[in-house]
Design a protein around this ligand. Sequence first.
Ligand code: RNT
Ligand code: ZN
Length: 412
Amino acid sequence: MSRYEEAKRIYAGFGVDAEKALAAVSAIPISVHCWQGDDVVGFDSKEALSGGIQTTGNYPGKATTPEQLMADIDKAFSMMPGAKKLNLHACYAIFEDGEFADRDKIAPKHFKKWVDFANERGLGLDFNPTLFSHPMVKDNLTLSSPDETVRTFWIEHCKRCIEISDYFACATGKPCVMNIWIPDGFKDIPADRLGPRMRFAASLDEILKTPYDKEKVFITLESKVFGIGLEAYTVGSSEFTLGYAASRGITPLMDNGHYHPTEMVSDKISSLLCYHKRIALHVTRPMRWDSDHVVLFDAETMEIAKEIVRNDAIGRVFIATDYFDASINRISAWVTGVRSVRKALLFALLQPNRKMKKLQDNAQFSELMVLSERMKTAPFGDIWNEYLAREGLSDDYFGEIAAYEKDVLFKR
Ligand code: RNT
Ligand code: ZN
């Protein structure tokens, strides 16, 4: 008997159908962030990364042109099993023949190359306005600024982004998730906490007046607890964004790096599912702060995946990755992080979820604990390896990364 056959038999003993899990896992789309490839730099400005987020490290071989980034995306995607979308930021606009358009003037044509790239590969595209790393971010404020010219600039930017998202959805024939995140906040104790939030809400209301196809474009709003240099106050806090999203009928987005260290997004998913048709996630790995380390197959990633699977919410949760590690091979970082999310989803699909719920409802907590612990050491690795083999992949992918590094990255 092969290792897979044996593992399948063991899972069947727990009442779990491994074939069913394998059939389901690949179809779950993961929206892969393009910005792991170049440390969140993009192509539209020479400004340093700002907005209270930071990449650390200077590993050689970073992509610096659209061609390089596309080649790296191809390489990375070829090593990631399952359904994927490509998640772009507005700062990845591609200007040709010396043309330039500022963020308030960008248009679908500046993303045509990305649409061609996506269509040639059958990928859907997601999008993000870029409200950082730009001179119009004044005093760390954008959509909540007291300066009307600053607010107007960023409102226009977001409106352009909705038009581009609509274009993505139409041109690819696949829905586009557009996520709004602003860095706005203060380093020290503010004198007015309400004013910026009221201005942010008014700016969002203005942005949402832009016409778009609500069946194909899903606008999400991401919260945050604090950024570097913005420790005292964040305009787009969790309470603000949840209230805004619920009252305006848009989708809330939770990034698991954006909460206090003992708060768990895995525990928040079900609360949001009670009130929202859809929710969105940025899966990351915060290490002591919103450090955006590469996602691993760790306890919280597994718990997040379980919440999606066992609540029958696969079709209701937009799953995206969001991390940026510049200290190691960026392709390796990309592949390891996205594989970890997929691995966690497969693990979740392999749990006797119905049985465990029943044990909880019957207050059989001792048995539930014993079963949960047994599931941790069930032969998951054999099922994962079988999945990879069926996708033409292996769990030992470092050789391929090293070869690409030698042949491509280190020659840049
Ligand atoms: C920042 C947010 C945001 C960004 C990306 C680049 O803390 O997580 O999602 O990481 O937009
Ligand atoms: Zn995020």
